[in-house]
Design a protein around this ligand. Sequence first.
Ligand SMILES: CC(C)(COP(=O)(O)OP(=O)(O)OC[C@H]1O[C@@H](n2cnc3c(N)ncnc32)[C@H](O)[C@@H]1OP(=O)(O)O)[C@@H](O)C(=O)NCCC(=O)NCCSC(=O)CCC(=O)O
Length: 372
Amino acid sequence: MLVKDMTEFKKIIENIEKNKDYIRPQAFAIGIATLAQNGTLLDCYFPSPNFQTNFATAAILANVLGYKNGTHSYQLTNEQITEILSYFTPFANDGKEHANIELLKNLQKIMQNPIKNRKAIVVSFITSSENDTGPKSVPDAYLRLHLLSHRFVKPHCINLTGIFNILPNVVWTSEGAIAAQDLNLRKMEAICEGRNLVVHSIDKFPRMTDYVTPTGVRIADASRVRLGAYLGDGTTVMHEGFVNFNAGCEGPNMIEGRISAGVFVKKGSDLGGGCSTMGTLSGGGNIIISIGENCLLGANSGLGIPLGDRCTIEAGLYITAGTKVLFNNTILKAKDFAGKNDILFRRNSQSGCIEAISKANSVELNTELHNN
Ligand SMILES: CC(C)(COP(=O)(O)OP(=O)(O)OC[C@H]1O[C@@H](n2cnc3c(N)ncnc32)[C@H](O)[C@@H]1OP(=O)(O)O)[C@@H](O)C(=O)NCCC(=O)NCCSC(=O)CCC(=O)O
């Protein structure tokens, strides 16, 4: 199929989209997956995911791969890549950038030696948000994590239900993803070829920066930010900082503490060295923690309630939902302050009692640290 011109191209798209079974996906992407020796998929890299955009490209991919609707992933053959590219002939010399077309051309070259490269080209579609029940495959799970780290969606805005069961545990190395059972062989290959294969971690989630490098951020230690973290423009993550998947901050922010899975921090807030925000993945906590604007979590403090704006937690003080707090001569629980603005929590150093005081945090981020 060689498409002559734009008129023909548009007609083809119209026909594909006219099909009553076809539903535009909310997201799709073309990527490259790493395979274990036994052919299972270990990870997936999507250089330029598409979120609620590029529906013409989605339609062409759908047509060649047989996609109609729902959440599906496909491994592409060389023939399919050639066929897909043939639809885009009218765009060949239009002087514009077409990320998906460029990507396919590059992937075609890589696929000239797929066995040696242990790679597969994949396309993943995610169904419309109202029908989305969570990731169905490794490429699908990786696409969702990419969408978060590319800032297309904020934490909690894409369904990640069941992601732990979908993602394999992988050995992350200086040569990318390796299956645990393949490690000895790969190590020996590397030694024989004069390379030093280094293991960084054994985990279901890789480092974000190996897949996505968001603009306007500084990350002192890349191993502390997992793929699926959302880091807004102007975020600085220092060595003690950590950001889990489906979690992050709006930017600008100073992150020297831990942002647990599910936690989101609004702009201007500062997480002091070693502080903790309670997650909901393990340990029984079920309140989703969030932090409003311009808050300060002191060094080694801890937070187990959602905070409003301009709140402060004294260095070293851990506030859990049930912590009894003295406020205006009344004992309340910390959860009674959920979402309230301008509260300072401190442990009275004379009585030992935890106090809440109405006081707006006046500490501001040092702008020099957040301008890139
Ligand atoms: C709790 C606060 C916020 C309080 O500070 P404030 O500026 O509001 O108050 P202040 O001016 O210090 O004190 C006002 C009055 O309250 C008293 N006061 C203060 N704290 C008190 C306490 N716990 N118990 C009883 N009284 C207390 C003071 O003595 C003073 O009393 P008088 O009126 O009688 O004089 C602070 O102590 C704090 O913990 N700040 C966090 C800073 C932080 O950790 N930043 C992150 C940096 S991260 C970092 O540096 C990295 C390091 C690392 O990696 O660990």
